[in-house]
Design a protein around this ligand. Structure first.
Ligand code: TRP
Length: 358
């Protein structure tokens, strides 16, 4: 096989994403959304505004939605695995509390429980070259960031596994952030090569496109960097009102008393204004003008109030769900069952295309 794949540009992905966004409202039935997360812990408000609300919106439009909890992927970049099941439950609680409603069109499932999905990995691995996997920019960054010396084959091949996550249900639309675009490019290459090699004239797989979120990326409370639990700069969805207040009190701002919205020159203050804006719907500039010269104390008080008020119902629902582990288990069981039924059919089609049916 020749190695012709190139990891495409952000602009091209943005164009396609816009076209899908324009069409999905009028034709939700044309779309099959597959998205997901690694179960590495509970979610924070960056996830809520960045990806969760978008998923809720899509599933409310009536789009068939699959949410994969990528528990095998956790093994690629972490030493620890003991917490995977607990993290899977907590992730599910966060999804439900954020408004995902599991039903016949919306499924939440951990991929380790869907064997036929995982089996797709084997033919898929024969459709990409080592050179292509080595060039994946996201994997390269993750390897550099981890400081790992001995890189496992799992690290280089998890994007192929991700293609199985997406293609087992013939997902054609994948809401993700920019860092996942190389994986989607690879998924399209795998779908195309599978169709060409084994199923000419009768394509088995669609070539899925990214749906890039319009939501801005939140910075952490320490300013400079993206909000992330591992950087200890996040407000978790499960935090209490008091914890939220004390985290915000310690948030980094600057010494200028007059509050203005200037993301370039005053990123920390702008980020806090942005969070208020996401909670209240008011423009960040207008919020800044209202606070005026009352300084960052007033800004932080307003943020604490707005955020706590805004996520009050989510947190109440979260507490209710945490007290009902049997329900969480039943949601995952139903998600696994319906995903598995689909995976069984897809694998049968794949085997038939590869002339392996007896
Ligand atoms: N790799 C993704 C992440 O780290 C998680 C993921 C696994 C995923 N499988 C997926 C995302 C399929 C979208 C589609 O966040």
């Amino acid at each position: 096989m020749s190695d012709q794949m190139s990891y495409g540009t952000f602009e091209a992905a943005q164009e396609k994403s816009k076209a899908i966004e324009a069409d999905i409202h009028t034709h939700p039935e044309r779309y099959r959304v597959l998205t997901g997360d690694r179960p590495t812990g509970k979610l924070h408000i960056g996830h809520l505004f960045g990806s969760l609300q978008n998923r809720v919106r899509l599933s409310r439009l009536g789009v068939h939605t699959f949410i994969v909890i990528a528990d095998y992927q956790v093994l690629t970049d972490r030493e620890t695995f003991e917490a995977i099941a607990e993290n899977t439950r907590q992730l599910t609680i966060d999804y439900l509390a954020a408004g995902i409603v599991p039903n016949e069109r919306t499924h939440i499932f951990p991929h380790s429980h869907v064997p036929e999905l995982n089996q797709l990995l084997l033919p898929f691995l024969t459709l990409v070259t080592n050179a292509e996997l080595n060039r994946n920019p996201t994997v390269k960054e993750e390897i550099a960031a981890s400081g790992m010396k001995n890189i496992t084959a799992g690290m280089y091949t998890y994007p192929v596994h991700q293609a199985a996550d997406i293609l087992f249900c013939k997902g054609n639309t994948v809401p993700v952030g920019k860092d996942q675009l190389p994986h989607l490019e690879l998924t399209r290459v795998i779908a195309r090569r599978f169709n060409e090699r084994f199923a000419s004239g009768m394509p088995v797989f669609p070539e899925p496109q990214a749906l890039l979120s319009a939501a801005p990326t939140l910075l952490g409370l320490d300013g400079g960097q993206k909000m992330s639990k591992s950087r200890n700069n996040a407000i978790m969805l499960c935090a209490t009102e008091e914890e939220t207040a004390s985290l915000i009190k310690k948030a980094k701002t600057d010494s200028e008393r007059l509050i203005t919205y200037d993301p370039e020159k005053r990123p920390e203050v702008a980020n806090l204004l942005l969070i208020i804006s996401l909670c209240t719907g008011e423009k960040p500039e207008a919020i800044a003008a209202r606070i005026g010269d009352q300084g960052s104390g007033a800004l932080k008080r307003l943020l604490t109030e707005s955020l706590n008020e805004y996520i009050k119902p989510l947190r109440a629902e979260r507490r209710r769900l945490e007290a009902d582990p049997a329900y969480i288990r039943s949601v995952l069981k139903a998600g696994i069952e319906s995903s598995r039924a689909i995976a069984v059919d897809t694998l049968a089609e794949v085997r038939a295309a590869m002339h392996m049916e007896l």
